[in-house]
Design a protein around this ligand. Sequence first.
Ligand SMILES: Nc1nc2c(ncn2[C@@H]2O[C@H](COP(=O)(O)OP(=O)(O)O)[C@@H](O)[C@H]2O)c(=O)[nH]1
Ligand SMILES: [Mg+2]
Length: 315
Amino acid sequence: MSEGTGIQARWCTPSGAAAIAVLELRGAPEAIERALGVPLPEIGAMSLRALPGEDEGLLLRTAHDMLLVTPHGGPRIRQRISESLQADGARFARDGAADWSVCTTDPVMRRVLALLPHAASDDALALLLAQPDRWRRHGPPDPRDAERSARLRRLIHTPTVAIVGVPNAGKSSLINALAGRELAAASPEAGTTRDYVSARVTLAGLTCDLLDAPGLRETADPIERHAIETARRAIAAADLRVALAAPDQTFPDAWPDALCVRTKIDLAPARDALGVSARTGEGMRELAHTIRERLVPLTDLALDRPFDFDGPTGP
Ligand SMILES: Nc1nc2c(ncn2[C@@H]2O[C@H](COP(=O)(O)OP(=O)(O)O)[C@@H](O)[C@H]2O)c(=O)[nH]1
Ligand SMILES: [Mg+2]
């Protein structure tokens, strides 16, 4: 470690919990500038800058000698930034909450800043930061925008996608393939998944929780029956249902609003629905885009109008 630079650093968000992390830096502006390798914004202003560790983030200059930095929330990025700053002599204090109230007097910006560290998807960042300007230009969101607002809030609060289908439809295999790791036991034996498993994945930019429901079949086993009842409720409460069927199966009719997907297209081509193969990866990108479009359509994102980011239960 080099000579101390007098920079005091502190992470204000828990590790890996959201799309962005918040780092507070205090010290001489020249020292902070040198450590980050980028020019600081004016006091009260913010700017998007490249950060050490091949990341980028917003810099919010809250005072002459205080800066809030918002890199991505992943633990590896966080560690690289910590190491880079420590190598420059910064001293890290214990993690603690940031005080956003010093950043701005604009009430919409204050609410945006309070929400930023909790946003799940990357796209939430630009969308939230655009809100103060949109609210100024258009006023608060129109009640007619309520449905669009509810969809856009899925970028902030991770939505749930229930994967449903009869045993052997390929649910566990699909979830493992989307998550890129072995999470749910996949096997040809019906009833392998007795409890539902969930995996957090990012599909075409949208972070969501995939729910692997147990095969919903009639059963005498009270433990399995209980698991199935619990799963039925979770499926009904999910933001989206994706119904899977292997080439030789029929789609379940319990959820008419489900997105239908044929699995195992390496064995037989899909003729009646979107098709995927967990084995070869074929169709997976299209599926990710379709799920994202069902939950947060790009037209909602592109519309230059304010949205109700706090939601009906917000302040
Ligand atoms: N050929 C092929 N087999 C698959 C594919 N996906 C799953 N399987 C197989 O189908 C069987 C059932 O899969 P699983 O994911 O456990 O289905 P689940 O009961 O719906 O969770 C397993 O033997 C898997 O290896 C696929 O894309 N192609
Ligand atoms: Mg399974």
